[in-house]
Ligand binder design. Structure first.
Ligand code: ADP
Ligand code: MG
Length: 358
């Protein structure tokens, strides 16, 4: 018997049909990643599984028990499922420990000392035991999300639903949260994860669901979805190479304006926060501290292209100039060059230009 059995699931909001005819069986220990363009219904799909959103049609069974049935014991079935949100949802006036102890005490009737033991075990699992007495406001985003995961697993769920658990995080904190999720999955937790972290989805999932055109458009193992997608839109989503282009002709061009346009472009492509952080660093060093100081005569022209490849989730920056430039330090200050070396995985000289891989 499947842990989650979904048949004929459909959801509309008024006239807006979000998805229909979703049929999936999820087995114990499966990790299913759900990917797809924004607005395609990924969050709504998760919310229908635990009946936070009543489906318009179809049935969902958790361990054989139909959660969508009239009069189903929702609270009881929902307790088998934890949910982790983009925005943590911790109680701000309670410590981390209290946040984790609360549900086991109030919903499962654990004594205070048992709840304490359990909470500390869960906090240890996510590397947060030392911060048990902190208030949420004293934590970084990554720590808040790890505390939220501890709170979720303290209820001993059989299934955890993650809705873009790293999308609200600063770039430096994505990895620590992904590592915690990876450990849960490796220990056999059944998970459904909506994510834009394609490399993570590729390495962690037993199956990937690509949602588009009002339903599951393609489903398969990561090797199929990421390396050999069978259908057009999956191919387009996975393989799309998107480019952002701008030509810089003024020495005092607006670097902040450029950076925010590039950030917006990268977010649309679902580049990781780490990549987005790095691309800004690279643009600033490359343009302001390396290229412009080497431009001797007017007019100047620097053609800038930022490329994102969905296939392997790589980001690259290509810069070509109308004048020669060097990527070796010109004077005392080698810092900008060191920064590029540190941030880029590869730097390739091309005719009158340079390509930097992030
Ligand atoms: P995703 O998570 O893939 O970005 P969502 O599931 O959030 O997509 O949304 C899918 C569609 O459903 C969107 O068109 C969105 O506007 C609509 N939608 C989501 N929640 C509601 C709601 N509570 N009321 C009305 N429309 C909604
Ligand atoms: Mg969503």
């Amino acid at each position: 018997m499947s842990v989650i059995h979904i048949e004929g699931l459909a959801k509309s909001f008024g006239d807006n049909l979000v998805f229909q005819n979703i049929n999936v069986d999820i087995e114990k220990g499966d990790c299913i990643s759900v990917i797809g363009p924004s607005g395609c219904g990924k969050s709504t799909f998760l919310r229908c599984i635990n009946m936070l959103e009543p489906p318009s049609a179809g049935r969902v069974f958790i361990d054989g028990q139909e959660i969508t049935a009239k009069g189903a014991p929702l609270d009881q079935i929902r307790r088998r499922m934890g949910m982790v949100y983009q925005t943590f949802n911790l109680f701000s006036h309670k410590t981390v420990l209290e946040n984790v102890m609360m549900a086991p005490m109030h919903l499962q009737g654990l004594s205070k000392s048992d709840a304490f033991e359990l909470a500390m075990t869960c906090l240890t699992q996510v590397g947060m035991a030392e911060r048990a007495d902190y208030m949420p406001s004293q934590l970084s985003g990554g720590q808040k999300q790890r505390a939220a995961i501890a709170r979720c697993i303290a209820m001993k769920p059989e299934i955890v639903l993650f809705d873009e658990p790293t999308s609200a995080l600063d770039p430096t904190m994505v990895d620590e949260v992904l590592a915690v999720i990876r450990r849960l999955v490796n220990r056999g937790m059944t998970c459904i994860i909506v994510t834009h972290e394609m490399n993570f989805a590729r390495t962690i999932s037993s199956r990937v669901i690509y949602m588009d055109e009002r339903g599951i458009y393609e489903m398969g193992p990561p090797s199929q979805i990421f390396d050999a997608p069978r259908r057009e839109r999956t191919k387009a989503f996975i393989n799309r190479l998107k480019t952002f282009q701008q030509t810089i002709t003024e020495r005092d061009f607006d670097i902040y304006g450029l950076n925010s346009a590039v950030v917006e472009f990268c977010r649309r492509q679902f580049a990781s926060e780490k990549q987005i952080y790095r691309v800004q660093l690279v643009l600033e060093e490359l343009l302001i501290n390396i290229l412009l100081p080497q431009m001797r005569q007017e007019p100047i022209a620097i053609d800038l292209t930022v490329e994102y490849s969905m296939k392997d989730s790589t980001l690259s920056v290509f810069a070509a100039a109308n004048q020669d430039f060097s990527l070796e330090p010109q004077g005392e200050d080698s810092l900008p060059f060191d920064m590029l070396q540190a941030v880029c995985t590869d730097i390739v000289r091309e005719e009158n230009g340079v390509r930097l891989f992030l």
